[in-house]
Design a protein around this ligand. Sequence first.
Ligand SMILES: [Cu+2]
Length: 350
Amino acid sequence: MHFLTVSLVVLWTSIVSAHSIPRASAAKCGKKLQRKPWHTLSTKEKKDYINAELCLISKPARLGLPDATNRFEELQQIHRIPASISHNVGAFLPYHRLHMHAHERALREECGYKGAQPYWDEPRDAGKFSKSVVFDPVTGFGGDGTGPDRCITNGPFAQYKNGLGPGYSISNPKRCIHRVVNDTVSLASGQAYVNTCMKIKYYIDFWPCVELAPHIGGHGGVGGKMLDPISSPGDPLFYLHHTWLDKLWWDWQACDLPARLRDISGPNVADPLFVPPNVDPAGLPVFFPALETFPPVDTLIPPPGSPLPEGDPGNVTTLSHKLNMFGVIPNATIRDVMDIGGPLLCYEYL
Ligand SMILES: [Cu+2]
């Protein structure tokens, strides 16, 4: 079973094409935005965030990206287009850091949101995702999917239909947000797995540690749309999950500053033979969702014209690696996103 799951993951990796990317402009970081765990937000803070997300869904698309019909889907599309060069590679954490920032900025600048991007403190829910407050139908994102199509049927996003996915394909008619919450798979978001990664000394081993267990814990623990390696930002929970992963990276960086503001490495092109292990580096078991719950294999092959990595001299990810946001926000390099308290990002984690 793991084997087959793995070959799906491996398919995210082939690539084509290129874009030219200007450098992000830099100002000073003044007052930092404070990113807080979802379960600590007040009811009003939760509603403000959800209303801002609904606002993005209600705003027309403006970038001309294919098949994106609103701003929320443009944010999803900028994850889909470069998915083959932002997973199973060194840029995995930097790419998603900038993507979370792009989302946070869109909420604030276009939808009047005053807060910061919250995160899901997943260790507190690991092994019991089904009981998590994030699924609250009134103050959260709605619950598990039900019925044969696993549609979510309550909460603020129950009416929303998304046409991007499965994988790189398009759904016509559009589909509901679907979930298949799996408490066993969610164990991989537990503190023991986080601790394994935190003990690692260098990014070259840290990044795959995070992309394995904690990353799978959130995607596989929610399942459905969230399990789609290409189109998962179609479930708003994606942003809470990846912001938590970003916090893990920052927590690790903060253990050895300033050295870890420069430590970046890993391949730019994913290894097509890579097989995710079913244990974490400390030997703890990692459970994968059932194969049938993944998007169909043929939807996971990057289409012609998918981007190629840019900015590095070879196949090793460097600080000069370019991160393309396709017009949602200015492009940046990994150098620009290494410090969350730097002029570009300017936030901190509580
Ligand atoms: Cu991703």
